[in-house]
Design a binder for this molecule. Structure first.
Ligand SMILES: NC(=O)c1ccc[n+]([C@@H]2O[C@H](COP(=O)([O-])OP(=O)(O)OC[C@H]3O[C@@H](n4cnc5c(N)ncnc54)[C@H](OP(=O)(O)O)[C@@H]3O)[C@@H](O)[C@H]2O)c1
Length: 286
C-alpha cells in the first residue's frame, strides 16, 4: 500500500487521519511545522517532515515516495489562536506550494479539505480562499476529492472556552441548524475515500441541532449563562476589530455567518455532540 502524506497532521482533522492510517497499517508521512507538533505525531509515524508551508524551498522532496496527499492544513478558525498570517498566506499559499510538489512527483491522488459554503459564501474570507484552492485542485493532472464538511465539534471549543468564563454567546435568534461532526468520524470518511471517491463530497455529522440546542448542551457542561447577541451588534463590532487585527475579524465573521445560517450536509458518522461533550475534560481547554 502506498504512502499517504498528511498535511496539517497535528491539527484536529489531520491528527485523526494520521491515527487511523496507523491503525490500518497504511504508511503515513506527517507534515508539521513545529517541534511541539513533531512530538505530538511521533507515536503515529516515524516519517515526519518538518516545514513551514509558506516557504517553497522548505518543501523540496515532500512528496517523494508518496502516492496520496491529504491536506487538512490551514489557519485555525478559532478566535483564541490568533496568528499574524491570514488565510491567503497559510491556506492559499501553503496549499499552492504543496500542489507544486504534487505535480513534480509521482503522487496519484489529492484529497483536499475545503468547507461547506465554499461555492457560495464568497463574502467570507475563508470560503473565498478555499474556493481559490479548489480551482487549483481541479486543474491537477491527478485524481482528486474535495471534501466539504460542516463545522467540527472541535471548532466549537471557543464556545466552551468562553463558557468557562461564565457565558455562552449565541448570535441572533439561535434557530439556525447544523449537523457538526467529530473530526474522528470525518477522518473515517477520508479513509473510506482514500483510493477513490467522488470529486466533491459534502459531509455532516449524525444529528442536526439548532444553535440554541447546542448552546443548551454547552450550558449544562459549563454552568454558564446563554446570552443572545444581535447580529447587527456583532457586525458593528467587526469594524474596529478589523482595523486592529484583520485575521481575528475574519474568524469572527466566519463564526457569525455559520452560526446564523443553516449548515446541514448529508449525515455521516456516529459520535453525537452530546457524546463528545460527555467525554470532554474542560480542564484541557484554556
Ligand atoms: N474546524 C472546523 O470547524 C472546520 C470546518 C470545516 C472545514 N474546516 C477546514 O478543515 C481544515 C482542517 O481544519 P482543522 O480544524 O483540523 O484545522 P487545525 O486544527 O487548525 O489544523 C491546521 C493544521 O495546519 C497546520 N499549519 C498551520 N500553519 C502552518 C504552516 N505555516 N506550516 C505548516 N503547517 C501549518 C497546523 O499546525 P500547528 O498545529 O503546528 O499550528 C495544523 O496542523 C482547514 O482547512 C479548515 O478550514 C474546518
Amino acid at each position: 500500500m502506498g504512502k499517504v502524506l498528511v498535511a496539517g497532521a497535528s491539527g484536529a482533522l489531520g491528527f485523526e487521519v494520521l491515527k487511523l492510517l496507523k491503525s490500518r497499517n497504511i504508511p503515513g508521512r506527517a507534515l508539521v511545522h513545529s517541534s511541539k507538533a513533531k512530538e505530538k505525531v511521533k507515536p503515529y509515524t516515524d516519517d515526519v517532515f518538518v516545514a513551514d508551508i509558506r516557504y517553497p524551498e522548505q518543501l523540496e522532496n515532500l512528496c517523494n515516495d508518496v502516492d496520496i496527499v491529504f491536506s487538512a492544513l490551514g489557519k485555525s478558525v478559532s478566535l483564541f489562536k490568533p496568528r499574524l498570517s491570514d488565510y491567503d498566506e497559510i491556506d492559499f499559499l501553503g496549499n499552492k506550494n504543496i500542489l507544486q510538489q504534487v505535480k513534480k512527483s509521482g503522487v496519484k491522488r489529492f484529497i483536499y479539505t475545503s468547507i461547506m459554503g465554499s461555492d457560495t459564501a464568497f463574502h467570507l474570507k475563508i470560503a473565498k480562499v478555499h474556493k481559490k484552492i479548489q480551482n487549483l485542485v481541479e486543474q491537477l493532472p491527478v485524481g482528486f476529492t474535495i471534501i466539504k464538511p460542516v463545522g467540527f465539534y472541535t471548532g466549537l471549543h471557543d464556545l466552551l472556552i468562553i463558557g468557562k468564563r461564565g457565558f455562552i454567546p449565541v448570535a441572533g435568534s439561535g434557530t439556525a441548524r447544523t449537523n457538526s461532526i467529530h473530526p474522528r468520524d470525518l477522518a473515517e470518511i477520508v479513509l473510506d475515500n482514500l483510493y477513490q471517491g467522488p470529486q466533491y463530497l459534502e459531509v455532516g455529522g449524525p444529528l442536526t441541532h439548532s444553535r440554541n440546542e447546542m448552546a443548551e448542551m454547552i450550558r449544562k457542561k459549563t454552568n454558564a449563562r446563554i446570552i443572545h447577541f444581535p447580529v447587527a451588534l456583532i457586525r458593528a463590532g467587526l469594524v474596529p476589530i478589523s482595523l486592529v487585527t484583520k485575521s481575528l475579524a475574519d474568524n469572527i465573521n466566519y463564526f457569525n455567518y455559520v452560526t446564523t445560517h443553516d449548515m446541514v450536509a448529508p449525515a455521516f458518522g456516529k459520535i453525537t455532540f452530546q457524546e463528545y461533550l460527555d467525554q470532554l475534560d474542560l480542564n484541557e481547554l484554556p
